[in-house]
Design a protein around this ligand. Sequence first.
Ligand SMILES: [Zn+2]
Length: 74
Amino acid sequence: MGKPQKVATLLEERQKIEREIEKLQKSCGHPSKSIKSVRERLDSTTMVIRYVCDECLLSIGYPSEKEIQNYLKQ
Ligand SMILES: [Zn+2]
């Protein structure tokens, strides 16, 4: 397989995976959350601290300054 075809296949694959993740996250009731360090966006390498759902790993909120301090102390 040539490089362009391979890239096209991988991009298609990624889109499929992202759709699958989105579906799981949309159908999740986010029953419990934890503070975690996560990538700001899928295509970003910037790490940010967010409340993340324990089930589907979606960022669902911003911790307060105090909660971030506590998290960083661990
Ligand atoms: Zn969830």
